[in-house]
Design a protein around this ligand. Structure first.
Ligand code: ASP
Ligand code: MG
Length: 413
């Protein structure tokens, strides 16, 4: 007998037929003796449809109204799924964000959860009902509806699981689990059985978009195990958990991110404070910079070249700023390159193994791929390369570190 939270994404509740599968699955879990809480997303495409309508009315619709609108998607799903359980002879009750009392701050469209009242969900379970909670939504201190950012139902699920001390938070989705890399790019990608929160955070932030990053942070903070599994079968998926009991493989996964662009400031005066000024003004505009390299200018002398990457979506809004900054710095030239990709290897075992970065550079070199920038953390190495080599690089790293062969062999020796 366990307390199970199951989160269903948009595809899993994408039609009435799919909802029936969800309801049957939840009832099976309940009949096996468990208490079951469902967290549901909006039907697939629905959130985009709603936001699209808002943007037809105005380029800058009011954020408060955006949340009133966007939250309806999950309300529809919660009601329909509860009805489906009832139609199958089960007991269920839908609960909206304010009914579960998911208290958030007032940052509309990207609110953060402050507290949740577990008692509302518990009393539903005590009556033998399946609780069907609308994901993605909460309520601010003034009673306004808020939403938690795109993909926020994952965060709702983990937060509810933490509040009621659930044994597991299942994220039921349209994939079998978390893969060693993107199977669309690399046919030998394998499903990972167990992965640590930390590795998952690095892989998620790098583009393996299975779970909203914030939900993983929250799960790590409260020690909620997440089980990512498919809605199409009963197979075990991937357990995202703390690292105890994990055999720490050197490389757990290979991620890539095409979302960044490279910016190069050429012939910047080599004086204290210059780099601080450039990045200070970007930070003031909330532009986050990822990789940074400073190197002596080709011409030598007293100037330097500063290369960095920013999100492509940020580049459009910071181009003017960068160019103004460059002019102020005595006419430094600016060059942009959007044709780049960041490929990364991630693994807890890197902490205790030397030579992993150099193995990565060798594998890329063997394919004739030039590395434009490098960054490292304790459990990750990233290389910036030309985007035309994305598939080649991902495959070479994935198979080169033995990820095609199964756990435990990765990068040994
Ligand atoms: N429906 C919301 C979205 O599409 C939340 C979610 O699906 O997790 O972003
Ligand atoms: Mg989603």
């Amino acid at each position: 007998m366990a307390l199970v939270v199951q989160k269903y994404g948009g595809t899993s509740v994408g039609s009435l037929d799919r909802m029936k599968v969800v309801a049957e699955r939840a009832l099976r879990c309940q009949r096996a003796g468990n208490d079951v809480v469902l967290i549901v997303s909006a039907m697939s495409g629905e959130t985009n449809r709603l936001l699209g309508m808002a943007h037809q009315i105005s380029a800058t619709p009011e954020m408060r109204e955006m949340d009133v609108l966007a939250a309806t998607g999950e309300q529809v799903s919660a009601a329909l799924v509860a009805m489906t359980v009832q139609a199958l002879g089960g007991k269920a009750r839908s609960l909206l964000g304010h009914q579960v009392n998911i208290q958030t701050d007032a940052a509309f469209t990207k609110a953060r959860i402050n507290t949740i009242e577990g008692s509302k969900v518990r009393s539903t379970l005590d009556r033998g009902e399946i609780a069907v909670v609308a994901g993605f939504q909460g309520v601010d201190p003034d009673g306004n509806i808020t939403t938690l950012g795109r993909g926020g139902s994952d965060t709702s699920a983990v937060a509810v699981a933490a509040a009621i001390k659930a044994d597991v938070c299942e994220s039921v989705t349209d994939v079998d689990g978390v893969y060693t890399t993107d199977p669309n790019v690399c046919p030998s990608a394998r499903k990972i059985d167990r992965i640590s929160y930390e590795e998952m955070l690095e892989l998620a932030s790098l583009g393996a978009k299975v779970l909203q990053i914030r939900s993983v942070e929250l799960a790590m903070k409260y020690g909620v195990p997440i089980h990512v599994r498919s809605s199409f079968n009963d197979n075990l998926g991937t357990m995202v958990t703390n690292e105890e009991g994990l055999e720490s493989v050197v490389v757990a996964g290979v991620a890539y991110d095409k979302g960044e662009a490279k910016v190069q400031l050429i012939n910047v005066p080599d004086r204290p404070g210059i780099v601080a000024a450039i990045f200070g003004s970007l930070a003031d505009r909330n532009v986050s910079v990822d990789m940074i390299i400073q190197s002596p200018s080709r011409e030598g002398g007293t100037t330097t070249d500063v290369t960095f990457t920013v999100a492509k979506t940020d580049l459009t809004r910071c181009k003017n700023l960068i160019e103004a900054e460059a002019r102020q710095l005595g006419g430094a030239a600016v060059e942009y390159d959007p044709d780049i990709v960041k490929v990364s290897i991630v693994g807890l075992g890197m902490r205790s193994h030397a030579g992993i970065a150099s193995a990565m550079f060798r594998l890329l070199a063997a394919e004739g791929i030039n590395i434009q920038a490098i960054s490292t953390s304790e459990i990750k190495v990233s290389c910036l390369i030309h985007s035309k080599y994305t598939e080649l690089a991902v495959r070479a790293l994935h198979d080169g570190f033995g990820l095609d062969k199964g756990p435990g062999t990765a990068g040994q020796g």
